[in-house]
Design a binder for this molecule. Sequence first.
Ligand SMILES: Nc1ncnc2c1ncn2[C@@H]1O[C@H](COP(=O)(O)OP(=O)(O)OP(=O)(O)O)[C@@H](O)[C@H]1O
Length: 267
Amino acid sequence: MSLALPKQGAALKHTITIEGLNKSYSEQAGAGTGELHYIIKDVDLVIKGGEFFILLGPSGCGKSTLLNMIAGFISKTGGKLRLGGAEIDKPGRDRAVVFQQADSSLFPWLTVSQNVEFGLKMKKVPKSDRRAVSEQYIELVGLTGHGDKFPRELSGGMKQRVQLARVLANDPEILLMDEPFGALDAMTRRTMQKELVRVWRQTGKTVVFVTHDIQEAILLGGRIGIMSPGPSSKISHIYDIPLSYPREVSEAEFYKYHSRIQAHFDE
Ligand SMILES: Nc1ncnc2c1ncn2[C@@H]1O[C@H](COP(=O)(O)OP(=O)(O)OP(=O)(O)O)[C@@H](O)[C@H]1O
């Protein structure tokens, strides 16, 4: 398996186009009136293939809802949501989700290598090929030498790396990441952020990354979409972050973006 950057045609095929997207629930419980309650309303957004796009917003605004709609786990109630030319109406192998808690996604009875190889086994990839791919990704996330360990023998940061290696081994075009480093200590978090940027630059995959941490958003994102507080949340602003990687919080330019974005949440 190669880690080459995608061609331009592939970039178009993996562009996510969102137009007037809604997710609403009808309030029926208790004394509910049956009125529609919009979590997100009229969301317009284009995420280009190969982009590192951040969804940033306060707790409860609907970031996970939007990410899960792109994943195909939650259905829309209005508008358009396309990947390339096709409407997203179910999960697909072209998209993979990385959650905040690796514990809930790793199989505790399988070793690191077996966890990473699991998806390939399901696809009936021969054993020797599976092993070669898992070794490649275990190395990529910095876990060489830990392949025979079980999840219970790993730290939280190591488990999160296994989750990332497993997702990458399945070779999805789009990584959907829901606060994947939110449960990690500050040092491990910074290491993982740097590794993710390295993997993204090496593979050219599309990354959609949810966070409510402004600093994390600016450290990672090529563009940052700010979601307004819910209900009826939408993308209120988009920032281009043209800073080169690796980024440092101490840089003057970094601080400039931080203050500008922080102002949205101080209003
Ligand atoms: N099945 C559901 N029925 C009704 N409301 C829901 C449902 N799922 C989520 N919500 C509501 O939608 C809103 C957005 O939730 P969501 O988890 O998408 O927000 P978030 O921005 O990811 O939050 P956080 O940063 O705290 O994880 C919340 O107010 C939540 O209560």
